[in-house]
Design a protein around this ligand. Structure first.
Ligand SMILES: [Fe+2]
Ligand SMILES: [Fe+2]
Length: 220
């Protein structure tokens, strides 16, 4: 695979860099910097969806004390991020318009198994992957974006890294509760990391916050 190991990218928290299988292609970073309107519109939608996902997990697994506690806090933080992105949009004179969703979340969700306890484990591992990738992209964009957007993106790093750790912790706990061996969790995580790596590095005709290699650069 032509993408660099993530560890080579300055500014990405080491835990996140070590976790992800591949780095975001540089061409995606350049594309994002060239289209801040779509970047912010889709970013706002991602924050809203992250809150909705946390709320739906709280409903589905209402008996799991730690999951409910962590997801409740996470949902509040994601909604706060949503409000902050909308404020950045207002400041930049960007008006809301609906965007089609990227292939990323749907592509990951398609890998989630349908029966418990595998379903919960996969859902939580996918949550960790999405948070890790978001964190990495904030780190890559923050030093290159104009202010106040750069500072804002830099400030989101810490909470997304914490969300990543929350999902990972809950996944480990779900595995123990579901009698899934640690080795099996590692294998499953490796499979999902590989799916995620393809989604971010394969040519993608659409630009979004979690999109893949911009198609124009794939052709060259
Ligand atoms: Fe967020
Ligand atoms: Fe998050």
């Amino acid at each position: 695979m032509s993408a660099q190991p993530t560890a080579l990218c300055a500014g990405v928290p080491p835990r996140i860099a070590a976790f992800l299988q591949v780095a975001t292609p540089q061409a995606w970073v350049e594309r994002a910097l060239a289209d801040p309107e779509v970047l912010l519109l889709d970013h706002a939608a991602c924050e809203q969806k992250a809150a909705a996902t946390a709320l739906s997990l709280m409903h589905r697994y209402a008996a799991l004390e730690r999951l409910v506690e962590r997801m409740s806090r996470l949902a509040r933080e994601e909604l706060r991020h949503f409000e902050q992105v909308r404020a950045q949009m207002r400041r930049a004179g960007i008006h809301f318009r609906p965007l089609s969703a990227s292939r990323y979340a749907a592509g990951l969700r398609a890998s989630v198994r349908h029966t418990e306890p595998a379903r919960l484990l996969d859902t939580l591992l996918v949550g960790a992957l999405i948070e890790a990738r978001s964190c990495e992209r904030f780190a890559l964009l923050a030093p290159r974006l104009p202010e106040p957007l750069g500072r804002f993106y830099g400030g989101l790093l810490a909470s997304e890294a914490r969300h990543f750790e929350d999902y990972l912790l809950l996944a480990r706990e779900a595995a123990i509760a579901g009698s899934i061996a640690e080795a099996e969790v590692e294998v499953r995580l490796g499979e999902l990391l590989a799916v995620e790596a393809v989604l971010v590095t394969a040519p993608d005709p659409q630009f979004r916050f979690h999109s893949g290699l911009p198609e124009s650069s794939a052709a060259s």
